[in-house]
Write a protein that binds this ligand. Sequence first.
Ligand code: PLP
Length: 356
Amino acid sequence: MRESIKNIIPYSPGTPVSELEIQLGKPIVKLFANESLWGPAPTVLNYLKNCTNEFLFYPDGGAGQLKKSLAEYWHLNIDNFCVGNGTDEIIFMLANAFLNPNDEIVIPTPTFSEYATAVQVAGGKINYIPQPYLSFNLKEIANSIHENTKMIFLCNPNNPTGTFFTSQDISDFLLKIPADTLVVLDEAYCHYANSPMFPSAGTLLKQFKNLIVLRTFSKVYSLAALRIGYAVADAALILNLEKVRQPFNANTIAQKAAVFALMDEQYKDKVVRETIAERTWLTEQLLELDLNVLPSQANFILVQIEAKASMVTEKLLQDGILVRHTGSFNLPDWLRITIGPHPFMEQLVASLKNIL
Ligand SMILES: Cc1ncc(COP(=O)(O)O)c(C=O)c1O
């Protein structure tokens, strides 16, 4: 065992929904991991139904077709992209490619857990910057960065809070920190942000060569089970990621499904519109119940239930609704709820009213 993994607790995904359904004897609405319950675009589904002749050969390790689509989508070159078996894999590749043991990494919290795990495995030292108001204060975070800081992870909108930082905030931040500190900007949920102040990663990438943006097909594109995500950055940084990439990391089906997903902007826009409408509706309903809800720019919301959060999670499950109690994010009084189509949101609100 490597010394660096001694204190790591293995990720626990919880009991599979199919098993919970058997235990409870009823179907479960999964509002737990922020997948899009609208499902993939029809063209993607059509490809998936007809891809049975694609299993025989190894995938295109270079993900050529997908990188070409991404280059068109972003108006960049194919060497600005590295494709991963989910963004999770890219996060580990970042740690593998760039971190030496004892390098200092900054992670504001609460945030997505995999950044810390990847850094710990690589033997990096994490400087956690707690954000008591649950939205990132980039001015304060910039003050904790010095010339020895190798990398910083920023999630926007952030998981689990759903809060965001603005275009101005991130530009000021990037101008302030050393040019050789790598900034990883995880935009897993950016499609759902409708604030005009939300940053444009494309514009930032043109100006800042130390910026690495992460995107996933697991959320708005509904391809979580296929595992596909990517990094977009300056070609010199991407080259280093490519050095630590496994030869056939992203499978053929996932790569092609992602290409089809990118083609159907109209479907994606419809999913985003409906998600935002449900997010607004659910927020209003929860506020009417006198609950504290954080304003969200993502496809989930964080709601405070105080001392009862864990009990409410249990009771919702008895009613066939699985939400995420955020104890593991050090937020034991809160629940994170994925936004889904209206009937699910109505079911959730009815059940919650009853429980409370
Ligand atoms: C902020 C954030 N980044 C990355 C991921 C992982 O994405 P992927 O499914 O592409 O590995 C998640 C998944 O929940 C996430 O919330």
